[in-house]
Write a protein that binds this ligand. Structure first.
Ligand SMILES: [Fe+2]
Ligand SMILES: [Fe+2]
Length: 369
């Protein structure tokens, strides 16, 4: 098996299949190492954040949110339904499953942001952070709702109220929230813009109209990332000392999770004229460039050990899915072995030398990709 071109038996083993609304909802509720999670945190610590060291940049950013240039963006245009009717029957059952998996996991991660930002907003009184969370929850709620409309076309709509109540919440310390959320917002931007640019060049490969929305959509994600960048730059202790070890950990954890998950969508990438591995390295490259605004360390995505370990993690994920399917004592032993292998591979990844970047005086970056 080449991990860069999983065949559909392996893909199915990893993503399962969704045929009914019950299965779609069950998939969204499930929390695994690879699926998006819901988070909660120490709200009092967020309440104490002081944004005064970056006041001018902060106020300018709040004006952008207030201007709300995407207020009318997340509505379908007149041709959306026609495109869905014309294009969806052309998808093979395998591609359809990968696309549904993409929609469900994208919706879950948009909604995860919506819930986290809303909970922070409700539990703090710090006016700067409260206002920011209000804007970001607004955006994520639009994003989640827009994806859900596309799932409803397949009669696979997710019950967001019930998802909010039944999905497990993971507690993250505030600083882990800053690192992980900053990265997932910027990765979200890099993912959406890479797809949008590819389909802009090859409109014949746009197999669903939702991709037409990605350009303005990803600018929301970009701005969310900018907000976390300012929060960290205003509190520079988060960006030095032993915290650099945490930053390194989160960059690798977020990159590795995305890499394995994306390799379960070979047909979807192929349909867009992309290759999962090349797509992911482009997303890593863009994210790493942007993250120089805030992270003094950068992982070396071109290091041969980095590349080898990423490939290895996909192989381990496949072996683990096989072990789980097998079940019984042998399955449990094989699963244990896979976990050990994954930890060892991640440790190897962690010790690939990092690049160091001095933080730039200009804190903001423009979305020019
Ligand atoms: Fe979003
Ligand atoms: Fe976002």
């Amino acid at each position: 098996m080449s991990p860069n071109s999983l065949d559909f038996d392996h893909v199915e083993l990893l993503i399962g299949s969704v045929e009914s609304a019950e299965e779609a909802n069950a998939k969204a509720v499930k929390s695994t190492v690879l699926t998006p999670r819901f988070y909660t945190t120490d709200f009092a610590a967020l309440d104490r954040l002081d944004m005064s060291p970056v006041r001018a940049q902060w106020d300018a950013m709040m004006k952008e949110y207030e201007g709300d240039n995407n207020h009318d963006h997340f509505q379908r245009d007149s041709t959306f339904a026609d495109e869905v009717r014309q294009l969806m029957p052309q998808l093979s059952p395998e591609l359809r499953q990968e696309f549904l998996d993409f929609l469900i996991s994208s919706l879950t991660s948009e909604f995860s942001g919506c819930i986290l930002y809303n909970e922070i907003r409700k539990n703090i009184s710090n006016p700067d952070i409260k206002q920011l969370m209000t804007y970001m929850a607004r955006d994520e709620s639009r994003h989640a709702g827009f994806i859900n409309q596309s799932l409803k076309d397949f009669n696979l709509g997710i019950d967001l109220g019930s998802l909010k109540k039944t999905k497990h919440y993971t507690f993250f310390k505030p600083k882990y929230i800053y690192y992980a959320t900053y990265l997932s917002e910027k990765i979200g931007y890099a993912r959406y813009i890479t797809i949008f640019r590819q389909l802009e060049r090859h409109p014949d490969k746009r197999f669903h109209p939702i991709f037409r929305w990605f350009e303005r959509w990803c600018n929301d994600e970009f701005r969310h990332g900018e907000s976390f960048a300012l929060m960290m730059r205003a509190n520079p202790h988060l960006l030095r000392g032993h915290n650099l070890l945490w930053i390194r950990f989160f960059i690798l954890a977020v990159y590795a999770t995305m890499y394995v998950r994306d390799h379960t969508r070979p047909l979807m990438h192929e349909a867009m004229g992309l290759h999962s591995t090349d797509y992911d390295y482009e997303v890593f490259r863009i994210t790493s460039q942007i993250a120089r605004q805030v992270f003094p360390v950068e992982v070396d995505i071109d290091h041969p050990v980095f590349r080898k370990c990423m490939t290895r993690l996909v192989e381990i994920a496949v072996a683990d899915a096989k072990a789980k399917k097998r079940g019984g004592l042998m399955g449990a032993l094989q699963h244990g072995w896979c976990v050990t292998q994954a930890v060892a591979t991640f440790a190897r990844l962690y010790f690939v030398p990092v690049k160091r970047n001095p933080l730039p005086a200009e804190m903001r970056v423009q979305p020019t990709w």
